[in-house]
Design a protein around this ligand. Structure first.
Ligand code: NAD
Length: 441
């Protein structure tokens, strides 16, 4: 079977996966319910900021290997490997909201016209593969037709900001299947990786679903661990950067995800840690470590304004400059960004906020509507600094790593420089006459 892929969802994961699979030489039809996104994509307009995506998209559009449509029926009937890459956002109680995944499964059942492989790429609770199977089977029964199909779990590990590289150079590809024949079809989809000796980990569906949550919960734990070590470093005069460098040199630990900061955010770690706790509770298992991580991360985000207050005193009427809004550099994703906690805490305390982010300003304006009266969005870092009592670096974009400190000192009203990401040294900042606050240094 020569794979022809339909990709449901053109968000951060679906769009990158669709474009990269097309780049592997496979014909791909991307489907989304959002007509505006699809119209834009058909005109070469990319709805998200992801470095390099424009180049990949143009190349594959020119080659005629990728199409964008809202027509689910056409995509299903013209393809044989159907990926589900729609959102699984958190519900109020922390559970994953599965309505979008289930809706795609229903649609597949409605239009299926021959054998299909249905691949779940969204991050979903363990057991979802079997539910998707039942939804499709029920729909086929309702239609009074009989087609065979297989369900696969193929979780995605890409990082926003490095998504193209991660998709095309993964540490491993995880495939949860019920038969070897289906695993072979998936290897064809990923053929350039498979023949280049990327490890393929073939498991049952439940194991593949579990792997994704286990990975994200572990990484969130690692970040939270070093954040708590940083908090202690501040009290005892130790330097967390040197602690993490030394820890990272230990081959058993690795240096990645050992950078102390204002807490983790983004569209994955906060929601996936919560979802894992909920899944476990349902099965009568208490995830004590992950539960503690969630709480510690909340405290870490709240700590930013508390630490600022200790140095700056009452924040009412003070002007605080925020550098970086996205949850990390090289993305415009504002979902669960630590900046949201910092800004809401500042606004609640009556501070005036000046803010700038190289890519996330539009998204930030949407999610921070409630605080619109308190925020002045600026054109660049120096614009933020002008007249500010304090400056806080929340996201470590490259352009904040090399600022003219003399100029900053001159144009600021106050002298507090809060580097929540530890991209400057205390010595360099203090030498310029600032009061320095870092995270564990
Ligand atoms: P997203 O919100 O950016 O995109 C989801 C897209 O699905 C939207 O464009 C939406 O319009 C579309 N959609 C909703 N219902 C649809 C339907 N019935 N048919 C077709 N399209 C539909 O989400 P995302 O960040 O790409 O995440 C998708 C999944 O991948 C989630 O489960 C997430 O946890 C997981 N994941 C995300 C990342 C990441 O870095 N963002 C990494 C790995 C895994």
């Amino acid at each position: 079977m020569i794979p022809r892929v339909a990709m449901f969802g053109t968000g951060y994961v679906g769009l990158v996966s669709g474009v990269c699979i097309a780049d592997f030489g496979v014909n791909v039809i991307c489907v989304d319910v959002n007509k505006e996104k699809i119209d834009g994509l058909n005109n070469g307009k990319i709805p998200i900021y992801e470095p390099g995506l424009d180049v990949f998209l143009e190349r594959n559009m020119k080659a005629g290997r990728i199409q964008f449509t809202t027509d689910a029926k056409k995509a299903i009937q013209e393809s044989n490997v159907l990926f589900i890459a729609v959102g699984t956002p958190p519900k109020e109680n922390g559970e994953a909201d599965m309505q979008y995944v289930y809706a795609v499964a229903e649609t597949i059942g409605e239009y299926m016209n021959e054998y299909k492989v249905v691949v779940d790429k969204s991050t979903v609770p363990v057991g979802t593969g079997q539910i998707v199977k039942k939804i499709i089977a029920d729909k086929l029964k309702e239609r009074g037709v009989e087609y065979s199909f297989d369900v696969v779990s193929n979780p995605e590990f890409l990082r926003e900001g490095k998504a193209l590289y991660d998709f095309t150079h993964p540490d491993r590809v995880v495939i949860g299947v019920e038969s070897e024949e289906v695993a072979d079809i998936m290897k064809k989809v990923y053929r350039p990786l498979y023949i280049n000796e990327t490890p393929f980990i073939i498991t049952n569906i439940e194991t593949a679903e579990m792997i994704k949550y286990a990975c994200n919960a572990f990484l969130a734990t690692k970040i939270t661990f070093i954040n708590e070590i940083a908090n202690l470093c501040e009290k005892v005069g130790a330097n967390v950067q040197q602690v993490s460098t030394a820890m990272g040199r230990d081959g058993r630990i690795s240096p990645k995800f050992l950078h102390a900061g204002p807490g983790f955010g983004g569209s994955c770690f906060p929601k996936d840690t919560q979802a894992l706790v909920q899944i476990a509770e349902k099965h009568g298992v208490h995830m004590s470590v992950v539960s503690a991580v969630i709480q510690a991360n909340q405290r870490q985000k709240k700590m930013v304004v508390k630490k600022l207050e200790k140095v700056a005193g009452d924040l009412k009427g003070k002007t605080i400059g925020i550098l970086g809004l996205a949850f990390k550099p090289e993305t415009d994703d504002m979902r669960d960004a630590p900046s949201l906690t910092v800004i809401s805490d500042l606004a609640e305390k009556g501070a005036k906020i000046k803010a700038y982010d190289p890519q996330a300003m539009e998204e930030a304006k949407k999610v921070l509507k409630k605080y619109a009266d308190s925020i002045n969005y600026c054109k660049h870092a120096y614009d933020v600094a002008e007249g500010a009592d304090a400056l806080i670096i929340i996201t470590e974009w490259h352009e904040f790593r090399n600022m003219d400190l003399t100029l900053l000192k001159k144009i600021m009203k106050g002298n507090i420089f809060y580097d929540a990401r530890n991209i400057y040294s205390r010595k360099d900042i203090e030498e310029k006459g600032f009061v320095f606050i870092g995270t564990g240094i």
